[in-house]
Every structure is written in structure tokens, then in C-alpha cells.
Design a protein around this ligand. Sequence first.
Ligand SMILES: Nc1ncnc2c1ncn2[C@@H]1O[C@H](COP(=O)(O)OP(=O)(O)OP(=O)(O)O)[C@@H](O)[C@H]1O
Ligand SMILES: [Mg+2]
Length: 260
Amino acid sequence: MSDSLLQCTGLTMHFGGLAALSDMSLHINKGEVLGLVGPNGSGKTTFFNVVSGIYKPTCGTVIFDGKDITSESPQAVYNHGISRTFQLSRLCLELSVFDNIMIGNHKRLSRGFISNIFSRRKFNEEYEDGLKRATHILTALNPELANRMFDVVSELPMIDRRRIEICRALISKPKLLFLDEPSAGMTHEETRQLMDEILNMGSYAKGLSIVLIEHEMNVIKRVTDRCVVFNFGQKLFEGTYSEVIADPAVQEAYLGKEVE
Ligand SMILES: Nc1ncnc2c1ncn2[C@@H]1O[C@H](COP(=O)(O)OP(=O)(O)OP(=O)(O)O)[C@@H](O)[C@H]1O
Ligand SMILES: [Mg+2]
């Protein structure tokens, strides 16, 4: 398919005797928001970890933007244009909003720690450039938080922390963004607000493909174009939100079989 951005074929990930992912084939189109849903332990996060290079798959292939990136390192996958947030927050709470966003900016930094010490002018130029871009991206997401760029993260509420993680993932201008349960620890209304902000980010959202792992089905309904349902590491169903919730196999996986 010409507008396919990511194509995974036969992805399998074994941890000892456990098949966390089994013969998983799925694709993501350019500009699409794809929802990944499924019961706890069904392999959703493992899928992100395999595609983003944290785990090498037992077998299968990952083609991204026409290139075979199977088993490449997390850094290489990131450089190809896949960025992500994590199920458990990975912010440095004692650092500022700006410092946390800049952790995602290392792809653009030309110099290492030692050379920065000996060349202050070049360091200052890269710092100013980073600050400009961090301000731009945070303003596009949430202008109020952009005014708190030097606040310490531990003083901010959960929704702002999620915003920072998303800006950190987007500052490298990825083509594909993986969001692993952005709703965790937030109310439904906050989650909806956050997803709306992401989808309304103007040039940052234009053409961006998003894969969203989410248990909150109202969010899936509101923001996804298509969904893939995982169960025991396999693809149980694929379709629109309405098709997913109407499918008997999906209902059984979530709710269990009705006792006669
Ligand atoms: N590094 C690992 N070593 C061993 N087993 C693992 C590892 N990572 C994941 N698993 C197992 O693989 C299975 C799938 O886990 P995964 O985290 O992908 O599920 P999930 O769909 O993201 O679940 P949740 O909705 O609870 O986040 C689980 O049984 C889990 O215990
Ligand atoms: Mg998970």
C-alpha cells in the first residue's frame, strides 16, 4: 500500500516459554491514528518495545518508510523517525520542563560534553536553538505550560507532566509517535483534552501517524481512525471503533464468556 508508513509482518517475541507477541502482522498508514486495545498482558507494550528496538524480535520484520529496521538499536529507530512515550512516566522530576524536553533533542546536538566545555559559543548557539524549538512546540501544544518552561516538574500536575513527555517525544519531529496509555493517572476529561491538544498541534500534527495504546474506550472512539485488538499476543480483530465494539470475539476477550 503506497500510504503505508509502518509494516510489521509475523512479529513474534518469546520471553522464555512465554509468547508475548505471536505472528503479529499490522500496518500503519501515513497520517493515521491507530488504536491498540486488548486486555492486560496481551502484548501491546511489547509491540512498542520490539518496533522501537528495545527487544529484538524472535522472528518477523519491521519495515518503516520503505526501510527494513528490524532489530535496529533504539537510537537508530529514533533517528529513522519513530518516537514514543512510556507507560510509566520517565521524567526527571527535579529538573525543569525545558531540561526534560531537551533530553529528547539529542539527535540535533552536534557536540558532546567535553567539546561543549571548550567551546562556549557553539554550546550557547545550540542552547538558544533548543530553547526556541522547545518553546515553539510547547506553545503549539499548550501555551500556558510554555510560560512555565523553567518550573521544576515535581511542582506540576499529571496532565502537564504528560504534556512534557509528549513534547519531548515530538521535538525530534518524528513521522510516527507511539503513546503508551497516556490516560494513566488522569481523568477521562483530562485524557480527552490532551488528545485534542495533540491532534490540534498544527504543523507538528500534520502528517504525523500516531499509535495509541489505551484502555479508555471513549478516547479510542473519539480519536482513532482504526483499531487493532490484541489478545494473548495475537491479533484478535481489526476495524473501526464501531466494528470493534460490535465484535463477539472482542466482547468475549474483555468480558469473558457468558455462563450458560
Ligand atoms: N521483559 C520481559 N520479560 C518477561 N516477560 C515479559 C517482559 N515484558 C513483557 N513480558 C510479558 O509479556 C506479556 C505481555 O506484556 P505487555 O507488557 O506487552 O502487555 P500489555 O498488553 O502492554 O499489558 P498492560 O495493558 O497491562 O500494559 C505479559 O505476560 C508480560 O508479563
Ligand atoms: Mg502495557
